[in-house]
Design a protein around this ligand. Sequence first.
Ligand code: GDD
Ligand code: MN
Length: 417
Amino acid sequence: MRDQKAAEIFQSHQENETSRIEEMFSTFLSIVIPTYNESENIIRLVTEIVNRVPKDARTEILIVDDNSPDGTSSLVEKFVLENNFDIIHNESRTLTIKVIRRQRRDGLMCAVLDGIKTSRGKNILVMDADFSHPPQLIPRIISELKHESNCVVIGSRYAKGGTTVGVPLKRLIISFGATGIARYGLNVKEVRDPMSGFFAVPRHVLKDIEFNTQGFKILLEILVKKQRHVTVKEIPYTFTDRKYGHSKLDLKVFVDYTRAIWSLYKYGRRSQKRLETSEHRGSVLFLSKAARFFTVGATGLVVNFLVSFLLSNGTLANFWYVQATAIGIAISITTNFILNKIWTFEDKKFSVLYTLKQYGLFLLFSSLGISIQLSLVYLLVESGMSYNISLVCAVAAASISNFILNKKWTFREKVWG
Ligand code: GDD
Ligand code: MN
């Protein structure tokens, strides 16, 4: 009798224990933090996270460090040992911290992917080490994941209620432009902050996604490549620029970004062909026309150069160089106009009056583009941005506005599509 009772108690205890462990694992969260020279931030951040994650759930923190010269990884390793957060001595604890030391600096995206590969949690959260992503938001993100098992949860600067503080104008402009291009060019319009580095996903959402390691933003790849039934939830927060250490966003990042957008765009076009849905059509048409427009622009530069050169060096004529350049400009604007009419916009209306009117508008928008470029370069350089980046932004802004104005007014098309 007594034995039976004991057996029952034992069994119910076992069941409780199993369900406790199951519960712990069903909410098992891996937090992936890439670091490069974050010695001034990382221990404070990890301590904050340890204090904020629920004590009854299993959590692992993975620090992915690219052999930072400032000793970030040794610092964390020491902290882990001192506080028994390592896996070996920590079977009974619900929280473990692991340092992944990579041999050399290999980029943010690759670091995060390595962290995800090593992680074991059911859900994965990615965040920066520099306190730009507030650890206070973590409990909110965890509870969203609990409610919705098919959801990408994004810490969002641009959702209603979110904002950025202390970020220099130059970075705001770049971030804003990059976000706009991603939202409209890649058809993730409904997401306000697709470039966020602060997000969480259930592991199964990543299962079918093949990441491009040359890519730039993990979240962006997830949003473009995820299955349709996976939803997105944005939680607004205040992004504060780092107080310690330096940002690693530089010109190379800018180049990587352009490359990544292009390859995601091609990916979108391939899946468009496969699916034959009309969903991507607007962006595909828009971008393919933009690509033609910019190609025409590049041929214009060649024409301009060649004509000016041949007219001033005696091959075709021996004009004064200012005259030769002026003729070069006039001819290249004209060839640009003709090519855009026939090739870019496939406009078949050739009546003289109509074409002349179009030509006039084209000239007007070209001069407007020049003034936009000049004033923007001036404003950006005066506000402290380097000349290179200012020039890239100004040329981009001028060319894009040029394209859109001509699309709408000169060639009378809808802007989108
Ligand atoms: N392992 C590793 N390797 N970590 C890196 C590397 C790298 O090459 N480069 C940067 N990190 C780490 C930093 O230590 C930091 O924890 C995080 O990645 C973000 O780097 P920051 O240099 O602080 O980037 P940011 O502030 O310019 O960019 C952040 O904000 C953007 C939005 O404006 C990032 O969160 C981006 O993901 C985000 O899009
Ligand atoms: Mn930062």
